[in-house]
Ligand binder design. Structure first.
Ligand SMILES: N[C@@H](CCC(=O)N[C@@H](CS)C(=O)NCC(=O)O)C(=O)O
Length: 290
């Protein structure tokens, strides 16, 4: 037996994938919050996860366990999901032996179109303030932060940490897929899910499996994205509705990220606007209007 610690963020789609499968399999685990989009870049997290992304699952052997066992860290949600397949109890129910190939097929499809990226890019394309803040404020600030950490003596003296930041730099320099490409992929996944649900009520038939857990989160993000170029069929919508009734859904509590980010963005913009108006009024009162 191992003690499980999930490095988590409630608003990360990949953490939600991991969490919903962990919760459905009845695993006991502790959560540690990693703030996004900056907290994951901190050297303390780089020591935990060399890919600097969320989620990560730490598996710690229980006291008294075989001394040869050491701590393991899974840094990809798909590995965390796979790990759940081996868990006692509900783990087996979620990953029936005879359905493993089909479950993998569904997961391959879901992971071929990043639901989080689709939501963010779609919102960026439609909302100028959102676009401005992400590309001109948060993006450059993250780059600056990574540059600062790289030159930090603690990081430069550690080969491991240096490698982590170099790898992150390479990853961020890579151009991601365009929104058109993402929505094409999303439509492909949607029609795949629609076809799978033909026999229903779940993707693989009568039994609810890990494939349903992950696919439902993905569909939820696409519904939230409300992108007119992506078609969500009524059959897929009723699958989502059904998945939302499961107790693990409330526990996983997928929170809609965009309104959360937007509320803060608009509040900050309104504050900045008020401060600017206040400064102008003070100047006019002090120096007059000429
Ligand atoms: N392949 C990874 C991707 C994880 C991922 O992209 N997580 C996002 C949050 S949903 C993240 O941590 N982004 C932070 C960053 O890239 O700096 C997985 O499946 O776990």
């Amino acid at each position: 037996m191992k003690l499980l610690k999930l490095y988590d963020n409630p608003r990360s789609i990949h953490a939600q994938y991991a969490r919903v499968v962990l919760d459905e399999s009845g695993a006991e685990y502790k959560k540690e919050l990693v703030e996004l989009p900056l907290g994951n870049l901190h050297p303390s997290y780089a020591r935990v996860s060399p890919v600097l992304s969320v989620p990560a699952l730490e598996l710690v052997p229980k006291e008294g366990a075989n001394n040869n066992e050491s701590k393991v860290i899974l840094t990809d949600s798909r590995d965390i999901i796979k790990y759940c397949a081996g868990l006692e109890g509900s783990g087996k129910r979620l990953f029936p032996e005879e359905k493993r190939v089909e479950i993998d097929e569904v997961l391959d499809m879901i992971y071929s179109a990043n639901g989080g990226q689709i939501s963010f890019q779609s919102q960026q394309a439609r909302d100028p303030l959102f676009r401005f803040v992400l590309s001109h404020v948060i993006g450059p600030y993250r780059t600056k932060l990574v540059r600062r950490y790289v030159t930090d003596p603690e990081v430069t003296n550690s080969l491991h940490l240096k490698k982590v930041y170099e790898a992150f730099g390479e990853r961020s320099a890579r151009q991601g897929p365009s929104l058109e490409d993402l929505s094409l992929r999303a439509n492909k996944v949607m029609s795949f899910l629609h076809g799978k649900l033909e026999k229903g009520p779940w993707l693989l038939g009568q039994d609810h499996t890990a494939a349903d857990c992950v696919a439902a989160i993905w569909v939820q993000w696409i519904v939230w994205a409300d992108d007119p170029s992506i078609t969500v069929t009524p059959r897929v919508l009723s699958f989502l509705h059904q998945a939302r009734q499961r107790p693990a859904w409330d526990e996983t509590a997928p929170m809609w990220v965009i309104p959360y980010v937007k509320t803060r963005l608009y509040a900050a913009a309104a504050l900045a606007g008020c401060a600017a108006a206040g400064m102008i009024s003070l100047c006019v009162m002090r120096f007059g209007w000429k």
